[in-house]
Design a protein around this ligand. Structure first.
Ligand SMILES: *Cc1c(COP(=O)(O)O)cnc(C)c1O
Length: 387
């Protein structure tokens, strides 16, 4: 079973998949293979490792680990979530078409609109929670449907299985950016997705100390293509970042349980709080995506957004925290608070931003794994300062 725990349960695979003890020394932890090249056995014969852009054992261990957690065929790790998404987009040739969630991560929007437009990528941005809108956007040239669920910051939930059925009937692949939930809470391949992509920077690494990305595949031809891209484009994850991320995934199950429990407590505090105008968390029965998420995921994650109505109220709150840290990003052990209108979504023109529901009073939390009582007290105190 060492390194190949097959059908063992998630928490066991998180710790063992891809991580057989080192055959030379028995080292229990996969070492950081900090080498650029490998000695040939003899002329014309190598060990399977030739050059570290192409193969690295630390990276390979992480790739096999996350592929196991997503129940995919294989994984390929890249230097960032964006590098992983850019690699996925090479599956779509020039003049072909993609249907994408209109509320995808800002960097994904920028990649499609300001980089891939040069390669004549055609994109339809649709509300993928609306299945008729998805079906209506697919044209004969559609090669890929690109989803996030839930999305940032309003936690729109898309029915992955329903979209996969629509896409497959029309000959398109489905890729899900599963960064917000991690495979512990949602496994899109089980619902018919063909590809999963992650910013490992977030929950998979989980400690806010590495940038990385990974693509998980279900088809042998795609796995070979992503290995070919690692070799040919070279945007690979470093051995050290692979090591950090692999250390992160070992504790994914316990971290996600705690993230989830803390997020539920925070959502309960915010629900019905007199200063909170609107609350966005799929775990609430009132959330429009609640039923779909309950069907397709085993939890609701640790991302919560709420609207205080005005910029002044939001600013007062943001400056009133002691435990929550004011910063972009998410998915680390520490709780973060951010202000989408001036931080993650600042590049979107104001009218468009408002149309997406991202107003000046909107605040987003990434709930960490600190003591729940301390988080609730911090939030209560910050809210008490708001007029
Ligand atoms: C952060 C993020 C990305 C980009 O990942 P990087 O590692 O920052 O390049 C992509 N998708 C989602 C949903 C993210 O949160």
């Amino acid at each position: 079973m060492k390194g190949d725990p097959g059908q063992k349960s998630f928490a066991t695979r998180a710790i063992h998949a891809g991580q057989a003890p080192d055959p030379t020394t028995g080292a229990v932890t996969v070492p950081i293979y900090q080498t650029s090249t490998y000695e040939y056995v003899e002329a014309g014969r190598h060990t399977g490792y030739e050059y570290a852009r192409v193969q690295n054992p630390t990276r390979r261990a992480l790739e096999r680990n996350v592929a196991s957690l997503e129940e995919g065929l294989d994984g390929h790790a890249f230097a960032s979530g964006m590098a992983a998404i850019a690699s996925v987009m090479t599956l779509v040739p020039a003049d072909q078409h993609v249907v994408a969630s209109r509320t995808v991560y800002g960097g994904t929007y920028r990649l499609f609109e300001q980089v891939l437009d040069r390669y004549r990528l055609r994109v339809s941005w649709v509300d993928t929670t609306d299945l008729d809108a998805v079906a209506g956007a697919i044209v004969p040239e559609t090669r890929l449907v690109f989803l996030e669920s839930p999305t940032n910051p309003l936690m729109d939930v898309t029915d992955i299985a329903a979209v996969a059925e629509i896409a497959h009937r029309r000959g398109a692949l489905v890729c899900v950016d599963n960064t917000f939930l991690s495979p512990y809470l949602q496994q899109p391949l089980r619902h018919g997705a063909d590809l999963v992509v992650h910013s490992t920077t977030k929950f998979l690494n989980g400690h806010s100390d590495s940038i990385g990305g990974i693509v998980i595949t279900t088809r042998e031809q795609d796995a070979q293509w992503f290995a070919f891209l690692q070799k040919s484009v070279g945007a690979i994850l470093s051995p050290f970042d692979s090591f950090l991320t692999l250390r992160g995934t070992k504790t994914l199950a316990v971290r996600m349980d705690r993230h989830e429990a803390n997020a539920r407590a925070v959502a309960a505090l915010l629900e019905g709080h007199p200063k909170v105008r609107r609350l966005f968390y799929p775990g609430l029965a009132s959330h429009p995506g609640h039923d779909v998420q309950r069907r397709q995921a085993t939890g609701y994650g640790a991302m919560i957004a709420f609207d205080l109505g005005t910029l002044e109220a939001a600013t007062t709150l943001l400056n009133g925290f002691e435990v929550f840290t004011l910063a972009e990003s998410l998915g680390g052990v520490e709780s973060l608070v951010s202000h989408p209108a001036t931080m993650t979504h600042a590049a979107i023109p104001e009218d468009q931003r408002r149309a997406l529901g991202v107003g000046p009073g909107l605040v987003r939390l990434s709930v960490g794994i600190e003591d729940a009582g301390d988080l609730l007290a911090d939030l209560e105190h910050a809210l008490s300062r708001v007029a």
